[in-house]
Design a protein around this ligand. Structure first.
Ligand code: ATP
Length: 284
């Protein structure tokens, strides 16, 4: 699919949702031209008459690029994934996407009566691609392939749900795909995601290493967020995680990237220094 005009755009940062962009490293068709598989164009989303969850958000993901959405609880990551996948419509703005879209929600719907093998086969047939039971096996599936999906353990159902999404060829949208997977299986999933060749958009609370992936940070839905980068964190990691106002902490080399709700950053900085960390940067 090709879209008419290029660009990764940086909208004016709205108050309620903070989005930092890094220039895309995806494939270029010509000087400065990127062909996105999915384009979110000034998206806004609210549920009913509730508060705006996303505002004026633009994002392009070209084929072959993996974008990881980061942000605290309630910052709108799952909402953005649902909008990108076409599961829910944006309230404002426009979405364009490729035809073959795979979506794996955070929670697999219960009550699917098909067996794992039939489920995969049918969804592959809808997309006109061969069923990839081999990928289910690569993810160390340990259930009965002919038993109803609803009777599988959470981790085994998750593996089948992920592979149905991975069978798509244009866009993969994966909400917390590592949830419920053991470490060995998680590493296999990382390889499948980075080698998929499609455009990939995912969330990951646990900060898995995905070489070459681009991170997009969503601010908190209400109130904004301050990002503090620390060095020499060591044993203080879990103490920092527990500080008031901290919404997420992720290891980065010997340090950590800490997201703090506005109004709590001074307290977190003082405490981090007291714990022996050094401060690399503070951004709001
Ligand atoms: N179906 C819905 N109806 C009403 N409000 C919703 C709905 N889904 C999400 N929200 C609200 O939208 C906001 C963002 O939720 P969302 O699940 O997108 O955030 P998130 O960043 O994925 O959170 P988490 O990290 O906790 O999974 C929250 O305030 C949530 O309550």
């Amino acid at each position: 699919m090709s879209l008419p005009h290029p660009s990764v755009r940086c909208p004016p940062t709205p108050n309620s949702t903070r989005v930092l962009y890094k220039p895309s490293t995806g494939p270029h068709l010509g000087p400065g031209i990127i062909t996105p598989v999915v384009r979110l164009d000034r998206i806004g989303k609210r549920y009913g008459r509730g508060p705006w969850v996303l505002r004026d958000l633009s994002l392009d993901v070209p084929r072959g690029e993996v974008v990881v959405l980061r942000g605290g609880n309630g910052s709108g990551k799952s909402t953005l994934l649902r909008v990108a996948a076409g599961v829910t419509a944006p309230t404002t703005g426009r979405v364009t996407r490729g035809a073959s879209v795979g979506y794996a929600p955070e929670r697999f719907p219960t009550g699917v009566r098909l067996s794992a093998r039939d489920y995969l086969r049918r969804l592959a047939a809808v997309r006109g691609v061969p069923a990839r039971w081999d990928l289910v096996e690569a993810l160390n599936f340990a259930g009965d392939p002919d038993a109803p999906m609803a009777t599988l353990s959470k981790g085994n159902a998750q593996k089948v749900a992920l592979v149905q999404a991975l069978q798509a060829t244009d866009l993969l949208v994966l909400d917390e795909p590592w949830a419920g997977l053991d470490a060995a299986t998680g590493a296999v999933l990382g390889e499948l995601v980075t080698s998929a060749g499609a455009a990939v958009l995912l969330t990951d609370h646990h900060g898995h290493e995905l070489p070459g992936a681009r991170e997009v940070h969503l601010g908190e839905a209400r109130g904004g967020v301050v990002v503090i980068e620390l060095d020499r964190v060591g044993e203080a990691f879990s103490l920092i995680e527990a500080l008031e106002g901290v919404s997420s902490v992720r290891s980065v080399g010997s340090g950590a990237r800490v997201e703090v709700r506005v109004g709590h950053s001074d307290g977190v900085l003082v405490e981090a220094l007291r714990l022996g960390c050094s401060v690399r940067s503070v951004r709001s």
